[in-house]
Ligand binder design. Structure first.
Ligand code: SAH
Length: 347
């Protein structure tokens, strides 16, 4: 029998399981606290449970906490990149960013990705598998344990497409915002998607106070299709309609990510077209100089072009910031670290 993924269970499921093995309900609350507050990674740590119960848990359940394989810390700003190993040998990466307002962790939502964005390293070998809620939450728990400080912000912006792993994403958000767990405010969570329209709508209907970020990267469908295969499935028009719906339901300002690639999507005309698209929406644009990956010959836009692009948006009353890369000395685009690690292991 496959063991139960206990770290993915919510309080109610844990209650039901505990009762089913003939234990008292309050044991479930103790176990939940061990897992989600004390961040225990083994049942033997759970010192207020009987030896017998710990043995039953050991037999029935698995704590799917990722293991730290490698960690790189930036000497410039303290940013840390973590490489994690999962129970089945899969490898994922996460990033810790230290800001004045608190610690922020960028987590992966899948092993690999099947969206195929041309500039992204995570998608080159396709999708390996979905991450379980426990593996998503485990990235945060392991980092919090490693630094001995609270993590207060989460961005689901690492490898993978969160809306391609929808049910596990929703379960993960439930666990991480639970008052009985780390109790992270949903306002401090951002979920980034390449624009899977039906799930943007579903997400709006969940009425969570989570920030939605849309990876747009082009102001028209033609250009978008060149760099993002998902654009063959959903048009910008459909995405924006879904964004308006999300805003109506949640009143949360939407973020648009736009990675600037030299001579691909960084012209004046494209800046103007983007401004026109977004004018009627309460939103914010994050310009990201593209992080070149060695498998493709994309370069990031020149500083002058980045500033010009930004100014055009500002002149057209669109909120905009430039996202400067953190941890420049441990520079590795999303998914690069994992790829180089896997390559090393094979050689
Ligand atoms: N699949 C989701 C979340 C993961 S990607 C999404 O598409 O939003 C997180 C963000 O990083 C996306 O905006 C993505 O387009 C961007 N990104 C990926 N590779 C990049 C690179 N090499 N340089 C700059 N941005 C990149």
């Amino acid at each position: 029998m496959e063991r139960l993924d206990i770290l993915s269970m919510d309080m109610e499921e844990l209650n039901n399981y505990i009762v089913s093995i003939g234990e008292k309900k309050f044991r479930a609350a103790q176990i939940y606290e061990w897992l989600h507050v004390k961040l225990a990674s083994s049942f033997s740590d759970m010192s207020n449970l009987s030896k017998n119960l710990r043995e039953v848990l050991e037999r029935d359940c698995i704590i799917r906490m990722p293991r730290i394989l490698e960690m790189y810390e930036s000497k410039i700003d303290g940013t840390r990149k973590y490489l994690f190993g999962l129970y089945d040998g899969c490898v994922i990466e996460s990033v810790l960013m230290k800001y004045k307002h608190g610690n922020s962790v960028c987590i992966s939502s899948q092993v690999g990705c099947r969206m195929g964005c041309r500039f992204c390293a995570s998608t080159i070998d396709g999708l390996e598998r979905n991450l379980t809620p426990s593996e998503m939450i485990g990235q945060i728990y392991m980092i919090q344990k490693d630094i001995g400080e609270r993590v207060s912000n989460i961005v689901v912006m690492g490898s993978g497409e969160p809306f391609d792993n929808y049910d596990n994403l929703i379960r993960f958000i439930g666990l991480i915002t639970s008052e009985k767990g780390l109790n992270i405010s949903s306002r401090n969570i951002t979920v980034s998607t390449c624009g899977l329209v039906p799930n943007i709508i579903r997400f709006a209907d969940e009425k969570l106070q989570v920030t939605l970020a849309i990876s747009l990267h082009a102001p028209n469908d033609e250009k978008r299709r060149e760099i993002m295969p998902v654009a063959n499935k959903y048009s910008i028009d459909e995405i924006l309609k879904a964004c308006h719906y999300f805003y109506d339901k949640t009143k949360r300002r939407i973020t648009f990510e736009y990675s600037l690639i030299e001579h691909v999507n960084d012209s004046k005309e494209e800046a103007l077209a983007l401004a026109k698209l977004l004018q009627k929406l309460n939103c914010h644009v994050n310009l990201i100089p593209v992080n070149p990956i060695k498998e493709r010959d994309y370069k990031h836009s020149k500083e002058e072009y980045i500033m010009k692009f930004k100014r055009i948006l500002e002149d057209n009353k669109v909120n905009v910031t430039i996202r400067r890369e953190m941890g420049a000395d441990i520079n590795a685009a999303c998914g690069q670290l994992r790829r180089s690690y896997i390559k090393e292991q094979k050689e």
